[in-house]
Design a protein. Sequence first.
Lengths: 338, 338
Amino acid sequence: MSIRIPSARTATIVDVAAEANVSKSTVSLVLKGSPLIKGETSERVLQAAQKLGYVYNRRAGELRGNASNAIGVVINDLMNPFFAEVLIGIERKLVQAGYVVLMAHTHEDLAVQDRVLQSMREHNAAGIMLCPALSTPKSILKLVQSWGIPLTVFVRNLGPGTYDFAGSDSDEGVFLATSHLLNTGHKNVGFLGGQRGVVFNQRTDGYKRALKQKNIPYREELVFNSNPSREGGYQAMKDLLSKHPSLKAVVCYNDIVAFGALSALGEAELIAGKDFALIGFDNILDTAHSNPPLSTIDIHPGKIGEQAATILLERIKNPDAKRMVYSAKPDLLLRQTA
Amino acid sequence: MSIRIPSARTATIVDVAAEANVSKSTVSLVLKGSPLIKGETSERVLQAAQKLGYVYNRRAGELRGNASNAIGVVINDLMNPFFAEVLIGIERKLVQAGYVVLMAHTHEDLAVQDRVLQSMREHNAAGIMLCPALSTPKSILKLVQSWGIPLTVFVRNLGPGTYDFAGSDSDEGVFLATSHLLNTGHKNVGFLGGQRGVVFNQRTDGYKRALKQKNIPYREELVFNSNPSREGGYQAMKDLLSKHPSLKAVVCYNDIVAFGALSALGEAELIAGKDFALIGFDNILDTAHSNPPLSTIDIHPGKIGEQAATILLERIKNPDAKRMVYSAKPDLLLRQTA
DNA sequence: CTGAAAGCGCTTACAG
DNA sequence: CTGAAAGCGCTTACAG
């Protein structure tokens, strides 16, 4: 007859109290470093805890106290290194502040986004960081707000409103890139990749603005839509090459689109930076050693994540603070492709 | 005088019970879909819950019940898309099974790894998935085991032992790649990038094995160490080009190293696939549209994550099952560079 | 089929 | 400086 040995029940505060000959209130106080307890007692309690291999039970503590140290972060496209870099920035900052991250990936799926948000609520998240899936309704703001959970939106904004946000100045970034191309002898430049959405609109706004400043008429057929992926960039560039062979310069929706474009260029035996100029957007790590190294708009992805986390932390501390926004200042970073 | 309105305390099981005129035990039973409760009663409770906007409080439930639905996953190098793809696979599988993921990033730092593991323990994680930071001591296995938390190690193994593991057959993969190069006319091939460690050793074993099979002596100076990064691959290839200009084929430690190498090749005006042959390892998404598209060893990163999660789930369900191991079968995937 | 009671492991006033 | 007591929101035997 075999008996299943229960995994040694871990010691509780009561066990420690018994071991140290104090009440459990005292143990609780010692554990949270209260100055109320006499040094000697405190010492004794700590040793007892050590001896019994005591582990703090967070759920129990939080049940009574009601604060949670978990923060939900929802990402929708981790396949794009940009988001991975942002996530790393977020995670570091949060962990550093003593939080733990409940991470969820939505694949741009609104239904799973709703589900994970709900789940974070059940888990009593101390805050939520959301990079909204494409076409997320603005009502999501009111919803989370009604839960009483601090929220900061990052990278993709949700239109005008009073929510906290961390992202970048897309308009200005693309303006910079387009202007640079125009200033270095290109008579016209196209916009490659990406699809309808807030961010896309901001970026093409910058594009149009740069064109306008040089009195170049905006031509819709020079913006090439695609998925915001390498594959998308590849297809878009092939499309461009066949339809507008005279066009020799392009600013890309983002870096991975630019990588796809680089691939199409290579296939056509065109050398980026010599036969064709292109500039990416984001400055993900990969750009420094692509073939050839990509000129891009640096928005410091890791820093966006860090700032987004900083904002959330501040909001948790101070629920009544006024709106907080971080918008990364874009820097034109010239390497080989333009 | 302003009164801070407490964020509307959310309804509890007791409120629902009162609203529905039943005891809280009944509410609890209904909520977990017990067949014990009469349909009519159940209906009434559900409506009451709905009406009050009841939200299940997981921590409270888990405190008594003792099961948690959070699983910790620790990653060390999310900058490498390979790990991002693995993570996505893990996350999907876990969420699908009703779990939530507590994610932590270690940056290969043993101290933070210890910290996050401890934190996951406090959070009562139902299981832990660990991709060990470089030079993680094997004792980590016993430690987590002593906590009574199911563990599955992934991607990097910890040497012989009886822990659950999901990864790939590195040796075989590199053997395949090296053999292919040798079979297609290259008199010798080098091994580029990566650094001492379990995975590195397995990969170079495959390299040596392929050499041996063709009676080609192994020469240490033909393996070029580097950080397992683009930058590392870039430097290693420059090094190779200057020291061994006659070497024309190389298998790379992984895809990002290969990307760095591609960049160095481009800089030297060498065309990969024509002037120089190289093969990566992993088959991350990016390889399909690099410049030029990279030949590589496909180990199906997403599937590794999924399988790792599947193993953990199984272990949770069945603590006494015997050792589970998944080793991705590597496929040689030829594109442009070899 | 449903209710009363005890308990999960903490924290937090309140006494003293 | 420390203890006794109540309570956080659930679940789980146990009655009936």
